[in-house]
Design a protein. Structure first.
Length: 285
C-alpha cells in the first residue's frame, strides 16, 4: 500500500512541475519559462488521483479493521477450544483413573471368585464323601438274588419239562465200551422238534415225558451208554426212547429203568424223546 501511495505522489509532482516550468515557445526558437499561476485550479486528472488515493486509504483502513476483528474472533475461538481441550483432558484423566480402579476391583473380585470356587469344590467333595459313608453305614445288607429255575437247571446240566420235572445227565458215560469222565451236554429242543415229539408220542399211544438234545463237545464216539436222570419215572414204568434222525423218530435201546433214571445206548447225537408207553417195543438198531 505504501508503494502505491509513493508512486501516485511522484506522478502528481511530475505533472505539476511540467506545467510550471515549461512555457510556450517564442518565434526565435527558445523556450521561455514562466511562473505558474497559483490561482489556476488543479488539473482534473490530479483531482481524480487524489480521490482514488483517498478511497484506497479508506479501503485499506476498513481492511485493517476487519482483519483486527477477525483476529479477535479467532483468538476468542482459540480460547474456547483451549478451554474445551482442557476440560476433555481432565475428563480423560478422570476416566483413566476410573478405569484403573475398575481393573483393580476386577482383579480383586477374580481372586475372590477363585477362592470361593475352591472352597465350594472342597465343600462338595466333603459332602459327597460324607453321604457315601452315611449310605454305606445305613444301607441294608444286600440280599443274595435267588437264581431262577432255568439257571439252576442249566448249572446242573438239566432241562425242565415245563411241569416241574426235568431231565439231567451227570457224567460217567461209557464211550466205545469203556469207562470215562465224559458228560453229555443237554439243551432244550426247538419248538418244532418238541411239537414233532409230542405228535409222534401220541401217534404210538404214549405220553411224552421229556425231550432233550444231546452233545459232547470235543468227544466223538461210535457207541455210548448214557445214564439220564429223568424225573417222574419209576422202576416199573415202560419207557421208550426215540431219536430224531433226519425227519424220522427212530427208537434206541433202553438198557435200564430205575426210579428217576433211564439208561440208553446211543450211536450218535440228536434230539431224544422219552415216552411212557403201554408196552416196550423192540428197539431198532
Amino acid at each position: 500500500m505504501k508503494k502505491i501511495l509513493a508512486l501516485t505522489v511522484a506522478g502528481t509532482l511530475m505533472v505539476t512541475s511540467s506545467v510550471c516550468v515549461f512555457a510556450a515557445e517564442d518565434t526565435t526558437g527558445e523556450n521561455t519559462v514562466t511562473e505558474a499561476n497559483s490561482d489556476v485550479d488543479p488539473s482534473p486528472d490530479i483531482k481524480g488521483l487524489e480521490e482514488k488515493l483517498k478511497k484506497q486509504e479508506e479501503q485499506a483502513q476498513a481492511d485493517r479493521e476487519k482483519a483486527e476483528k477477525d483476529k479477535a474472533e479467532l483468538n476468542q475461538k482459540i480460547g474456547e477450544l483451549k478451554s474445551v481441550q482442557e476440560e476433555l483432558s481432565k475428563k480423560l484423566t478422570t476416566l483413566a483413573n476410573d478405569n484403573k480402579e475398575l481393573e483393580q476391583k476386577k482383579a480383586q473380585l477374580t481372586k475372590q471368585l477363585e477362592s470361593t470356587n475352591k472352597s465350594l469344590d472342597a465343600a462338595v467333595k466333603a459332602k459327597n464323601k460324607y453321604e457315601e459313608k452315611y449310605n454305606n453305614a445305613t444301607a441294608a445288607p444286600k440280599r443274595r438274588e435267588t437264581p431262577s429255575r432255568e439257571q439252576v437247571l442249566s448249572k446242573n446240566n438239566a432241562v425242565g419239562d415245563g411241569n416241574g420235572g426235568y431231565i439231567a445227565q451227570g457224567g460217567h458215560v461209557q464211550i466205545n465200551g469203556g469207562k470215562s469222565n465224559v458228560t453229555f451236554t443237554l439243551s432244550a429242543p426247538t419248538a418244532g422238534v418238541l411239537s414233532s415229539a409230542n405228535k409222534y408220542a401220541n401217534s404210538i399211544g404214549g405220553t411224552l415225558l421229556h425231550c432233550v438234545t444231546t452233545s459232547s463237545p470235543g468227544v466223538s464216539f461210535k457207541t455210548a451208554v448214557v445214564n439220564f436222570t429223568v424225573t417222574g419215572v419209576s422202576a416199573n414204568d415202560s419207557i421208550a426212547v426215540y431219536q430224531l434222525q433226519g425227519k424220522n423218530w427212530v427208537q434206541v435201546m433202553v438198557t435200564s429203568i430205575t426210579d428217576n433214571h433211564v439208561t440208553v445206548n446211543l450211536t450218535q447225537h440228536g434230539p431224544l424223546a422219552f415216552v411212557r408207553v403201554a408196552a416196550v417195543a423192540t428197539a431198532t438198531h
